[in-house]
Ligand binder design. Structure first.
Ligand SMILES: Nc1nc2c(ncn2[C@@H]2O[C@H](COP(=O)(O)OP(=O)(O)OP(=O)(O)O)[C@@H](O)[C@H]2O)c(=O)[nH]1
Ligand SMILES: [Mg+2]
Length: 298
């Protein structure tokens, strides 16, 4: 069977519309109408109007030949070079998974645990979402399945106290990567942000040897709305990267562009399903090729 990249597969819905629209332009030649159709299609992927206009500019400028490869070059250049989240100099990492409820935090935390474990890292999960009782159970079930240690149900119900216990345990166990599942909702949005700020402070002041990486989970199918969520979180807490979840079920894979252009948040991982293996390390070349159908890996 031919090899097909996972990102390529995950982007099949988005590509189905985008690649079709480019095909139409090729067949009908570059014209006012064909460009308008292309514009509508590109806008529907939520890549943002600036990026859409830039693409149309590239197409027009190269209307005689090979505009698709020029578009590809442009889109790749609009994204940050992929840099994996890895330990430097063996200092441990505290990976905070933040985001609005239902966007896939708990599932993504489990997938990350699986990913780093399979890289030979010593991983610890911390269940700091105490707002929903079922959330702890959900992460425990994952920890069992993945055979990964977990800190949960400690004496306190305070997320930052649980995190404290988790980091202490990590220190004594020689953990490489601590993955923290957080709450996506509290009685008020303000409380949620205060709670998150407290968690960052616990790490910075009590466990400075841990390098903090925070990843926001964004539901790709929410398109522009997820941009609003990312902006709100990054107004209060440090957001180092994004995990774009549920990419398997949407044609709105374009959100990667405004996320970086407007908020400087690089996508680090893509979620393509509900299982532990359904997490892909983001790579800008593969992503753009998957979007345009210009890859030759098939
Ligand atoms: N198809 C698909 N489903 C996903 C993906 N990631 C998460 N889900 C599903 O989305 C639902 C919500 O995921 P959770 O991980 O529980 O989300 P959460 O952010 O932890 O939610 P709260 O704890 O309520 O804040 C679950 O049914 C997951 O299986 C993905 O990449 N693809
Ligand atoms: Mg959860």
């Amino acid at each position: 069977m031919a090899f097909m990249g996972k990102i390529f597969q995950a982007l099949r819905r988005t590509r189905a519309t985008v690649a079709d629209a480019f095909d139409t332009v090729v067949q009908r030649k570059v014209s006012v109408e064909s460009l308008e159709d292309l514009e509508d299609t590109l806008i529907s992927t939520d890549m943002g109007i600036d990026t859409v206009e830039a693409i149309l500019g590239v197409v027009e400028k190269n209307r005689k030949e090979g505009f698709l490869s020029k578009v590809e070059d442009y889109l790749v250049s609009a994204l940050p070079e992929s840099k994996a989240i890895q330990q430097d100099k063996n200092s441990p990492i505290a990976l905070l998974v933040v985001g609005v409820n239902g966007t896939g935090k708990t599932t993504s935390a489990a997938k990350l645990a699986h990913y780093y474990k399979s890289m030979g890292k010593k991983v610890l999960l911390v269940a700091a979402d105490t707002y929903r009782a079922a959330a702890v159970e959900q992460l425990k079930t994952w920890a069992n399945r993945l055979d990964v240690n977990i800190v949960c149900n400690t004496q306190s119900q305070q997320p930052s106290a649980i995190l404290f216990d988790g980091l202490n345990a990590a220190k004594s166990q020689g953990t490489d990567i601590v993955i923290v599942d957080t709450a996506g909702r509290l009685h008020t949005y303000k409380n949620l942000m205060i709670e998150l700020e407290k968690m960052y402070r616990v790490i910075e002041s009590r466990f400075p040897e841990f390098k903090i990486h925070s990843l926001i989970t964004l539901d790709a199918s929410l398109g522009q709305n997820s941009l609003i969520q990312a902006r709100e979180f990054s107004n209060t807490v440090q957001v180092d990267g994004a995990m774009l979840t549920k990419m398997d079920g949407t044609a709105k894979g374009g959100i990667v562009f405004p996320l970086f252009k407007e908020l400087k948040i690089p996508v680090k991982f893509i979620g393509v399903g509900e299982d532990m293996d359904d997490l892909i390390v983001f790579n800008r070349n593969e992503y753009v090729q998957g979007l345009l159908g210009t890859t030759d890996v098939i």
